[in-house]
Write a protein that binds this ligand. Structure first.
Ligand code: DAH
Length: 358
């Protein structure tokens, strides 16, 4: 049988619920829960009046009306209090999550260059920058490339026009004449010469940068691309140092399981010279499209610095030895990301670039 205590305990639970209602929406829900026309807890008690003992009915009804009043007043008070804290129309709602601006990320080639620089700088190498316009001496002559060397051919190298003052005043100069002495460097190996000319051994450097060749654009060629040159010179630097360094480098750059293979090769500025191949990280060496079914991919050129190069920079080849290496950044990035067209790196198509968050 309903009792007046039921009304008092309902008031108790209502008070606790109201204390926890911190939004206008929560207060509205409370009104439904207690005063709802069909299922409201207080409404249900009103419907119970006929079951109350006749002598208690009057007091029960009075208490119900009184509690209903109190509930309504409390609800209205709470709603008003919450409405007062509501921001005025048009105000900035600082509780909304912020809109994240698109801030972009590293270009895949920059990311690859920075990874390479990171590995070598941890090993104590200095990182050099140098000119992209070069002279014949630094790019070819001092690197033991004689005048008839094919790399010096106009077919391969981009030579620059003579500077204006030379064209105007120089002996025998003619307008628009090509200056065979000023060119866009075809490789970063020129930085070996620039550094050794101005520093005594020991040397431990890498030189990343752009290089230029007279190539037409296709899936594997761009007329401008990027290389990283490396040079280590000192007393007793050996082929074993070269091997250890470059094997460790490739295992760090790709994976510790990488197999590295050296194959004899030729560069005018190194003797002996080698091409380095690494096991294909797509198929692990069993042969696939990436490695043209050979299981191996060529990634680096290297060798022991030729004595003629040391002589050109005034180092004593009887006292010191060294090793050098060169690698293409685009090539390493193509391999690492499984991209099959080098031009994609330079098209600046965001749909392509957005795929490389690192
Ligand atoms: N200069 C070479 C090229 O452009 C790369 C290279 C090979 C650099 C062997 C070196 C080296 O220092 O020892 O393909």
């Amino acid at each position: 049988m309903p009792d007046i205590k039921d009304i008092d305990s309902l008031w108790q639970t209502f008070s606790a619920d109201l204390a926890g209602a911190s939004t206008e929406r929560a207060v509205a829900a409370l009104r439904d829960r207690y005063l709802g026309r069909k299922q409201g807890s207080l409404t249900l008690l009103f419907q119970q009046i006929s079951h109350v003992a006749p002598e208690a009915r009057k007091a029960f009804g009075q208490r119900l009306n009184e509690v209903k009043q109190r509930i309504e007043t409390a609800l209205a008070g709470q709603t008003a209090a919450l409405a007062a804290t509501r921001p005025p129309a048009g105000a900035v709602d600082i509780t909304l999550p912020g809109r994240r601006p698109v801030i972009g990320h590293r270009h895949p080639l920059a990311a690859m260059r920075e990874r390479i620089e990171g590995i070598f700088s941890r090993w104590g190498y200095a990182i050099l920058d140098g000119p992209e316009t070069e002279d014949d001496w630094h790019c070819f002559e001092a690197l033991n490339m004689p005048p008839e060397h094919p790399a010096r051919d106009m077919q391969d190298t981009l030579y620059l026009e003579q500077p204006l003052e030379r064209r105007l005043w120089g002996a025998g100069a003619s307008p628009g004449a090509i200056d065979r002495a000023t060119l866009l460097r075809t490789h970063t190996s020129s930085m070996q010469i620039r550094y050794m000319e101005t520093h005594e051994p020991p040397v431990r450097i890498i030189a990343p940068g752009r290089v230029y060749r007279r190539d037409n654009l296709d899936v594997t060629h761009t007329p401008m691309f990027q290389q990283v040159e490396g040079l280590v010179v000192g007393e007793g630097v050996s082929m074993a140092d070269l091997k250890g360094t470059l094997v460790s480098f490739l295992r760090e750059l790709f994976s510790p399981q990488t197999t590295v293979v050296f194959r004899p090769s030729f560069f005018p500025y190194t003797e002996p010279s080698a091409d380095i191949f690494m096991s294909c990280f797509v198929c692990g060496g069993s042969g696939c499209g990436m490695c043209k079914r050979t299981g191996f991919i060529e990634v680096l050129g290297c060798g022991m610095v030729h004595p003629a190069v040391f002589k050109a920079v005034g180092y004593d080849p009887d006292r010191i030895t060294g090793f050098a290496f060169g690698m293409g950044i685009e090539r390493l990035a193509l391999l690492r990301h499984g991209v099959d067209d080098i031009r994609a790196f330079y098209d600046n198509d965001l749909r392509f670039l957005e795929q490389f968050p690192l």
